[in-house]
Design a protein around this ligand. Structure first.
Ligand SMILES: Nc1nc2c(ncn2[C@@H]2O[C@H](COP(=O)(O)OP(=O)(O)OP(=O)(O)O)[C@@H](O)[C@H]2O)c(=O)[nH]1
Ligand SMILES: [Zn+2]
Length: 202
């Protein structure tokens, strides 16, 4: 497996470890948790975890440009807000690698071109399936739509529960974190921001 890990923080692509190395790392963590990786029930667990990581972190193999590339211009002059709300997602926090469970609300003000609606949900998936902070994910969704589609503005709100705060640490269940990013006209126009917030609360 010689795939390159994208998004490496220092900007230096690193070769992916082999399947065997990944499985060995899981065996180490099983021993760290206090269990015995050689007992029958755990024999295939390292293989399953490695496979499951490829799915849970599939977003490292996808680029927003590939998803947002296909746009439509024939929309009868429509230039008002397009809002896709309540897009459910799962992610993992980059501090503890524990799930973040949430919903994203994504709006933009078109300028001549619109996106296929499913592409907005696909974009949420791409960034959700990476290690994240909620703030980063919110900004990444907004900025990639702004950069690729170049609409008049983008608004993104994420509401999420962080299981690292619920299952461990401070152990507060049921709290919700809200984050927003506004670009261009949404950033400069309080009335557009208010309309976005009203529509997602309806
Ligand atoms: N800003 C931000 N913080 C997050 C996010 N997800 C988790 N965190 C926080 O990251 C922080 C990491 O704090 P540290 O003190 O380094 O780690 P810790 O000792 O495990 O912290 P506790 O969770 O307080 O036990 C915690 O306060 C988490 O709640 C996120 O998406 N955004
Ligand atoms: Zn965390």
């Amino acid at each position: 497996m010689d795939a390159i890990v994208k998004n490496f923080p220092a900007g230096q692509p690193q070769a992916r470890p082999s399947q065997q190395e990944a499985e060995e790392a899981v065996r180490t963590l099983l021993r760290w948790a206090g269990d015995d990786p050689t007992r029958e029930g755990l024999l295939d667990t390292p293989k399953r975890v490695a496979k499951s990581y490829r799915e849970l972190f599939a977003g490292y193999d996808q680029e927003p440009e590939d998803i947002l590339g296909r746009t439509f211009e024939e929309v009868g002059g429509f230039d008002d807000m397009v809002l896709v709300k309540d897009i459910p997602f799962f992610s993992h926090c980059e501090h503890h690698m524990v799930p973040i469970i949430g919903k994203a609300h994504v709006a933009y003000l078109p300028k001549g071109r619109v996106l296929g609606l499913s592409k907005i949900a696909r974009l949420v998936e791409v960034f959700g399936r990476r290690l994240q902070t909620q703030e980063t994910m919110t900004a990444q969704i907004a900025n990639s739509i702004q950069d690729v589609l170049q609409p008049r503005g983008v608004a993104v709100m994420i509401e999420a529960e962080h299981l690292c705060m619920a299952m461990r640490g401070i152990q507060k269940q049921g709290s919700t974190t809200l984050t927003t990013t506004f670009t261009a006209d949404f950033k400069d126009n309080a009335a557009e921001q208010a309309r976005f917030l009203t529509l997602i609360r309806r």
